[in-house]
Ligand binder design. Structure first.
Ligand code: IPM
Ligand code: MN
Length: 339
C-alpha cells in the first residue's frame, strides 16, 4: 500500500455531482490510496447564490493540487436563470485553458447489450484549441450585413503534443492502432497540419498501425464497426461530438469517464464523468456512480497508482447488478467488495 497521501480538490458541483464524487472517493480509499480532500463549491448553485463562477485566485489554488475531481456542473433543465454558456466557458473551459489541460482522454468499453458490446477504444481529443479557442468576432451586429466568424485555431505545438500523447497511448495497446479523424478534404489548412504531424510522429512508433477517417464516415463506423478503433485522435470540436456518439454506442454516458489532462504537469489535471447533473434524481440515492468511479480510475492512473487503478477498473468491469435497484450506496458497496 502506498503511504503517500494525495491532495485532491473536489468540485462536487450540482445535482448528483456531490453524491457520485463522494462514492468515487469512497471506492478509491477502499482500494488503499490515501487522499486529503479540499472541497470547492463551484457551479450553478454557487453562481445563483453569489454570482461567482471562477476567479484567478481560485484557479491558481486549483493548479497546485495533485488532481481535481469534478462531479457535474449545470442548472436543472428548464431553469433559465443562468445564461447558456456562462458555466461552460467560465468554469469548465476556463480550467481547461488556465491549467493547460491539453488532452481530453475518454476511454470507452461497450457494455453488454450496447451496439459496441465488447469493444474497447479511446478518444484523444485536443482540448485547448480548435474552434474552442475563441478566435473570431462579430461585426455590424444586428444589421443585415452582420458578419460572424469563429476560426479554428490549430498550432503546430498544440497538434503535435496531442498527437504524441495519442501515439504513446496507442503504442501500449494490445492491438496498437491509431486513427486520425478529421475532414481533410474540406478543412485543408488544419487537415494538412494534422495529417503531416501524424505522419511524422508515426515514424517514431513503427509498432502502431495508423489509419485516417473523415469525421462523417467515422460517425458511421462508430455505429456499424466500432471494433476497428483503438485510439482515435482528433481536434477539439470533432472530439466533443464523437465522444457523445461513442458514449451512446457503448452503453450510454452513465458509464463514460473523462480525463482533462496536463501531461506536462504544469497544472493539476481534472477528472470528471461525462454525464450531467441530473437534478431530477439528486438526493434520492439513485444516481449511478460508475462513471465517477471510472473517472477516479483515470485519476489513479495519472497519479501513478497503477495497482489501485486496475483493481478499481476491474471492479467496475465485473460489476453486475441493477443500478436502479441497488442505488448509489449499493453499487458503491458492491464495488468495494469486489476490490
Ligand atoms: C464536454 C462538454 C463541454 C465541451 C461543454 C460543457 C463546454 O460538452 O466536456 O464534452 O464542449 O467540451
Ligand atoms: Mn461534449
Amino acid at each position: 500500500m502506498n503511504q503517500r497521501s494525495y491532495r485532491v480538490a473536489v468540485l462536487g458541483g450540482d445535482g448528483i455531482g456531490p453524491e457520485v464524487t463522494s462514492a468515487a472517493l469512497e471506492v478509491v480509499r477502499a482500494a488503499g490510496v490515501a487522499f486529503e480532500t479540499t472541497m470547492f463549491e463551484l457551479g450553478a448553485a454557487r453562481y445563483l447564490r453569489d454570482g461567482f463562477v471562477l476567479d484567478d485566485a481560485t484557479l491558481e489554488q486549483l493548479r497546485g493540487f495533485d488532481a481535481i475531481l469534478l462531479g457535474a456542473v449545470g442548472p436543472a433543465i428548464g431553469d433559465t436563470r443562468i445564461p447558456g454558456g456562462v458555466l461552460e466557458r467560465g468554469l469548465l473551459l476556463r480550467m481547461r485553458f488556465g491549467l493547460d489541460l491539453y488532452i481530453n482522454y475518454r476511454p470507452f468499453r461497450g457494455v453488454a447489450g450496447s451496439l459496441a458490446e465488447g469493444c474497447e477504444f479511446a478518444i484523444v481529443r485536443e482540448n485547448t484549441e480548435g474552434p474552442y479557442a475563441g478566435e473570431g468576432g462579430v461585426l455590424r451586429h444586428g444589421t443585415p450585413h452582420e458578419i460572424a466568424t469563429q476560426g479554428s485555431v490549430n498550432t503546430r505545438f498544440g497538434v503535435e503534443r496531442c498527437v504524441r500523447y495519442a501515439f504513446e497511448r496507442a503504442s501500449k495497446l494490445e492491438r496498437a492502432r491509431l486513427t486520425l479523424v478529421h475532414k481533410t478534404n474540406v478543412l485543408t489548412f488544419a487537415g494538412e497540419l494534422w495529417s503531416r504531424v501524424v505522419r511524422e510522429v508515426a515514424l517514431e512508433y513503427p509498432n502502431v498501425s495508423v489509419d485516417y477517417n473523415h469525421v462523417d464516415a467515422a460517425c458511421i463506423y462508430l455505429v456499424e464497426d466500432p471494433s476497428r478503433y483503438g485510439i482515435i485522435v482528433t481536434d477539439n470540436l470533432f472530439g466533443d461530438i464523437l465522444s457523445d456518439l461513442a458514449g451512446a454506442v457503448t452503453g450510454g454516458i452513465g458509464y463514460a469517464a473523462s480525463a482533462n489532462l496536463n501531461p506536462a504537469r504544469t497544472g493539476a489535471s481534472l477528472f470528471e464523468p461525462v454525464h450531467g447533473a441530473a437534478h431530477d434524481i439528486a438526493g434520492s440515492g439513485r444516481a449511478n456512480p460508475l462513471a465517477a468511479v471510472s473517472s477516479a480510475v483515470l485519476m489513479l492512473e495519472h497519479l501513478g497508482e497503477d495497482g489501485a487503478a486496475s483493481r478499481v477498473a476491474r471492479a467496475v468491469q465485473e460489476f453486475d447488478g441493477d443500478v436502479a435497484v441497488l442505488g448509489t450506496a449499493g453499487v458503491t458497496q458492491q464495488l468495494i467488495e469486489r476490490l
